[in-house]
Design a protein around this ligand. Structure first.
Ligand SMILES: [Zn+2]
Length: 282
């Protein structure tokens, strides 16, 4: 068993194909432990988290990459996020009693979007077509059609670990015209088990030992939630004084629970007075 949470980026020397390999272990377990997900939902969340790490590694920006879906099938909500420090968090809402459901069935008439949120700059949103049976195929379609980048993606999750392998042909590569064909055919021989359990070095060697491969240093990936008391206060502020004081009148404190990390934030009368001033007397 490979107990690590890492991202390995690599380049093929003889041509312009880049690759990434991510494996999530305790980062995934931290995201799953806080909930009691059915296996099919845990697997979709795991694959989605692995995918956001792969996507984040292709971007030269500070900020967050998210996969988000509001579904009308078994899944009503899916959020998976990765920041530029490779911190991941995610949630999934729904029920699924059938492990064999295709992604389109899980999401129903819903929509899956890729969201890029740069720290400085415009938020970008792209719609992922749901025509392939699984997330790997749908994301592959997205890159090929919307971004016009030949892309290979393989994702896997067994409920304990999640992993992903991505290859992307860089625009304008001409040095080795067969390279893309060769490396994607090799990559397609990877089994889910190998992707999840082989150490990155071992898997890359097994697949590509006949190619010239240049590896970047591995990067750690971890569960990370950016919720805070201050952000929660901002959310209460947006709700407004009247609603907050009404909530406080029903309960002795306002309890806000972060769905991603299960952190509890409590606000009492003195907190609200600090936020809004004293309640208006009638
Ligand atoms: Zn949180």
């Amino acid at each position: 068993m490979n107990d690590s949470d890492t991202l390995q980026r690599f380049l093929f020397d003889s041509g312009d194909v880049r690759g990434e390999l991510v494996q999530l272990d305790s980062a995934l377990q931290e995201a799953l432990d806080k909930h009691d997900y059915p296996p099919a939902l845990a697997a979709l969340l795991g694959e989605s988290l692995a995918a956001t790490v792969l996507l984040s590694a292709t971007l030269k920006m500070n900020g967050r990459v998210a996969l988000q879906a509001r579904g009308t099938g078994s899944v009503s909500l899916l959020v998976a996020e990765c920041n530029d420090q490779r911190g991941v968090r995610g949630i999934i809402h729904g029920s699924a009693d059938n492990d064999q459901q295709q992604l389109g069935e899980l999401l129903g008439q819903g929509q899956l979007t890729i969201i890029l949120e740069p720290e400085n700059g415009q938020r970008y949103q792209g719609i992922v077509p749901l025509e392939s049976p699984n997330l790997s195929g749908c994301l592959q379609d997205y890159f090929t059609r919307s971004e016009q980048l030949s892309t290979f993606i393989l994702l896997a999750c067994n409920g304990q670990q999640a992993a992903g392998l991505m290859l992307q042909k860089m625009p304008g590569s001409t040095r080795d015209s067969d390279l893309w064909e060769r490396v994607t055919q090799l990559a397609a021989t990877t089994s889910q088990q190998e992707l999840l359990t082989l150490a990155p070095d071992e898997l890359l060697h097994r697949l590509f030992h006949e190619e010239q491969l240049q590896r970047y240093p591995t990067q750690p990936v971890a569960f990370y939630c950016h919720c805070s008391r201050e952000r929660t206060e901002n959310a209460l502020h947006t709700m407004g004084a009247q609603e907050c004081y009404e909530m406080l009148a029903k309960e002795s404190t306002i309890a806000v629970n972060c769905q991603f990390c299960n952190q509890h934030y409590r606000f009492d009368q003195s907190d609200l007075e600090r936020l809004f001033g004293p309640p208006e007397r009638h």
